[in-house]
Write a protein that binds this ligand. Structure first.
Ligand code: NDP
Length: 319
């Protein structure tokens, strides 16, 4: 167990975290960045990113995150593979604990912990996690090549996952709980134009079915007529939205009822001095790579200004 003091600590390695690190490194703040459990964040579970400006032909998500990382490293960010498991923002400097037992104090903390996929909450879904149940078609779709699968959800993620899987699987069921989809018109059109996707409207998941080999099917129920039926599938993909990764900040930072961190409007300042919130952890509206990167930049600039003011308060001089 080591104890260490750092000037700027960045927690998280998605577009927000790496952008904060790039700006903080270039400002000479020697940031240390902890990647969290999913280095590169959510973009490592997507395929083509076509809406990030500067890539007219689109870019592969995991590759994009490797590039973000390289850019942060180029300016000297100290990148570490580990999770921050606990924080104490009661005093100053701020204190955090790493999963290997290390304790770190930091003058400024930039939170970029992102969000994680939600699950339906059925015990059978949990029982078959990684044995047929997945929240990432791009990560796991390949394992179900040539078999029938189902996707739950009706947002852009579900639509994207269904069309992705339709290239690998003979049949893709889309389980949609209402009589319309939330996904953007263009994504809906893509789904409708894919002949091997069958949309089950007004339908919910009753039970994920399986045996020792993993998932073998799913029982669904029509929520208008109450009819149940079983679909023979091997892969069950859950695409029903995300939850911000902010549990460790409960009790320290202001958050809304769903756990999104609150910031002072137009800034990345949280309610605790010297703690800044960026990316999807503080954004339930936009949740885009480019907006995450933008707020990551804000986090680094806000941290830099905060540290200059702190230095001035302490010494009467600007470093
Ligand atoms: P959303 O919150 O947009 O959609 C979640 C979907 O899951 C909704 O259709 C919702 O149904 C359904 N759902 C939620 N809970 C349940 C449940 N318990 N049972 C069944 N269905 C459920 O999440 P997404 O992850 O799809 O998208 C998040 C954001 O990211 C959006 O802003 C989206 O536009 C964006 N995005 C953009 C992409 C792109 O541009 N390429 C790709 C992926 C996402 P209901 O509609 O009935 O509430």
């Amino acid at each position: 167990m080591a104890e260490e003091h750092v000037k700027v600590l960045v927690i998280g390695s998605g577009p927000a975290g790496y952008t904060a690190a790039i700006y903080a490194s270039r400002a000479g703040l020697n940031p240390v960045l902890y990647t969290g459990g999913e280095p590169g964040g959510q973009l490592t579970t997507t395929n083509d990113v076509e809406n990030y400006p500067g890539y007219p032909e689109g870019i592969n998500g995991p590759q994009m995150m490797v590039d973000f990382q390289k850019q942060a490293e180029r300016f000297g960010t100290d990148i570490r593979y580990g999770m921050i498991t606990k924080v104490d923002f009661s005093g100053y400097p701020h204190k955090v604990w790493v999963d290997n037992g290390d304790e770190i104090t930091a003058d400024a903390v930039i939170i970029s912990t992102g969000a994680s996929a939600k699950y339906l909450g059925l015990p059978s879904e949990q029982a078959f996690a990684n044995k047929g149940v997945s929240a990432c078609a791009v990560c796991d779709g390949f394992f179900y090549k040539g078999t029938d699968v189902a996707v739950v959800g009706a947002g852009d993620t579900a639509a994207e996952e269904a069309t992705y899987l339709a290239n690998l699987c003979p049949k893709v069921y889309m389980i949609v709980r209402r009589d319309e989809m939330r996904a953007s018109k263009i994504m809906q059109q893509r789904v409708m134009n894919t002949p091997n996707i069958e949309i089950l409207w007004n339908t919910e998941t009753d039970e994920v079915l399986g045996d020792d080999s993993g998932v073998t099917g799913v029982r669904v129920v029509n929520n208008q007529r109450g009819e149940k039926k079983e679909l023979d599938i091997k892969g069950f993909f859950v695409a029903i939205g995300h939850k911000p990764n902010t549990d460790i900040f409960k009790g320290w930072l202001d958050m809304d009822e769903t756990g999104y961190l609150k910031v002072k409007p137009g800034t990345s300042h949280t309610n605790v001095e010297g703690v800044f919130a960026t990316g999807d952890a503080a954004d339930k509206v936009y949740r885009q790579a480019v907006t995450a990167a933008g707020t990551g930049c804000m986090g680094a600039l806000d941290a830099e200004r905060f540290l200059v003011e702190k230095e001035f308060e302490a010494t009467g001089e600007i470093a």
